[in-house]
Design a protein around this ligand. Sequence first.
Ligand code: PHE
Length: 358
Amino acid sequence: MDNLINDILNKIEQTSDLIALDEIRVSALGKKGTLTEQMKTLGTMSPEERKIAGQALNVAKEKIAKALDEKKQLLEKLELDKRLATETIDVSMPVRPVIEGRIHPVSQVMEEILTIFAQMGFDLAEGPDIEDDWHCFEALNFPKNHPARQMQATFFMDETGDTVLRTHTSPVQIRTMENKKPPIRIVAPGRTYRCDYDMTHTPMFHQIEGLVIDKSTNMGHLKGCLLEFMKKFFETDDVSLRFRPSFFPFTEPSAECDVGCSRENGEFKIESGKGWMELLGCGMVHPNVIKNCGLDPEEYQGFAFGVGIDRLAMLKYGIPDLRSFFEGDMRWMKHYGFLPLDVPTVTSGLSFNAGVKK
Ligand code: PHE
């Protein structure tokens, strides 16, 4: 019996892998294992012998089970140590740049626009998407029941009509003038909403509002400012602008601004002298609006403009259908999106790597 036990313990001692260890367990304690066979002989013994032999066998079984268990834990620990040693990550290794993700053209163009206006000395202003009637219409000189309100295809948030999804970024003009003394020079980009859906309209779109207020700002400044912006944005000096009389309740005079362009052989290009493309609404801020914000229109005046950001993106990067902007299709993003590390700056180029797809 002692030989048998020592033999098994020796084998346990010498194994160095878990599979072999399990084989030893089966050969000793399994159904047909050596110790199990020994147990079977107990029945042939006298009661005295059986008591002694039975006890010895139980002690042996326990001893072996314990040895098996300890060895198993040891081997498992060694295996884990080995894995931990081989599966380390060198956190100091340089990473590969993320090339799967893309910056959406709207984000890219918004950055480009803000970069240009920041360089021209404009501050950034923001307002909420959910507006009240005062900021969205009333303070902007839209009288109640005035037909101009209907031009806006407003989404109303409740029955009273007092809470709306802003139809333009012009409410930020009001919020700015209510809270800040002139001189004011801000741009306010953001989401806007109108009930509209076709090739060039989506119910949610993006605008950027510009507002300049001081004592002597005039339409010449508006024109110069927009011309400078367009040249930088379209990255060409061959830009011409045309101002057509228009109507907005919050500006007087009001104008629609067109940019010179050509459409030859199915290619759209910004250049002067060929044709015109409507671009944005603008004008001198209406005295009533200045008054509504608690400022004196005898003392202060200025200009405002509102441009569709998505529209600028479509023109600059030749994207035909506005609806595709908001479908979240990765194939579209791979084609029209921008690489994350191509940050637009005025000095290194706004769309430096536009068109370089990796
Ligand atoms: N808010 C106008 C629109 O969305 C655009 C605009 C802004 C016109 C500022 C004049 C001055 O149509």
